[in-house]
Design a protein around this ligand. Structure first.
Ligand code: GLU
Length: 209
């Protein structure tokens, strides 16, 4: 399972980083050709849709976020479909909400869909179903969503592609000499305080996840 964040897929303008997406699709296609099964968890629907609809890069109201996600999601899928097709790979869209964790029936449907798509050689492309993801059923961020997808599908690994390499003692954007912390065995107040918030005006995860 590979998760890519909004700040890696888009520019500050909210428009797509074409080179980055092309590179991502090429590399994932190659990994797939090597015989591995690939699931992509993508963010980016909100910033891409916001720029398409002429909204602020990170809309603040829920209806605006949902509208932006709806507009951006189809543009993202169009781009992924186009690039993966160049390498003869087929993609399929899966939009999830958090209730797949609690409701056995929903979870079974989700697992069946993943398994069947993988068996058929498709690359499932996953995002949160932002249109109906109100607080109670929100994953909150796609780092969490990708961890749940990895566990549902019994993946061998989960890779988070982000604009930050991990947890640093200080924010490396403020101090380029900040040291990375390679292993965290316990999350305490100190760890929380150095992790900070989202690293960009578009992403949500940053060092905290
Ligand atoms: N579902 C959101 C989007 O596609 C992303 C949420 C996140 O990145 O954590 O814009």
């Amino acid at each position: 399972v590979i998760k890519v964040g909004s700040s890696s897929l888009t520019y500050d303008t909210g428009m797509v980083n074409i080179r980055q997406i092309e590179k991502l699709c090429k590399i994932l296609s190659d990994i797939k050709n090597s015989g591995r099964q690939v699931i992509l968890v993508t963010s980016g629907a909100i910033p891409v849709g916001a720029s398409k609809l002429g909204l602020a890069a990170k809309p603040t109201t829920m209806p605006e976020k949902q509208a932006a996600a709806a507009a951006g999601q189809c543009e993202l899928m169009y781009i992924y479909d186009k690039h993966f097709l160049e390498y003869h790979h087929k993609v399929a869209q899966i939009l999830l909400t958090r209730d797949i964790i609690e409701k056995d029936e929903l979870r079974t449907h989700a697992v069946n869909t993943f398994e069947t798509l993988l068996k058929l050689g498709a690359i499932p492309i996953v995002n949160e179903n932002d249109t109906i993801a109100v607080d109670e059923i929100r994953f909150g961020d796609n780092d969490t969503l990708s961890a749940i997808v990895a566990s549902l599908t019994k993946a061998d690994g989960l890779i988070l592609l982000s604009d930050i390499d991990g947890l640093f003692e200080e924010n490396p954007k403020d101090n380029p000499d900040a040291k990375i912390i390679p292993l965290v065995t316990e999350i305490d107040d100190h760890i929380r305080s150095i992790a900070g918030g989202a690293g960009s005006n578009r992403g949500t995860g940053g060092m905290a996840t």
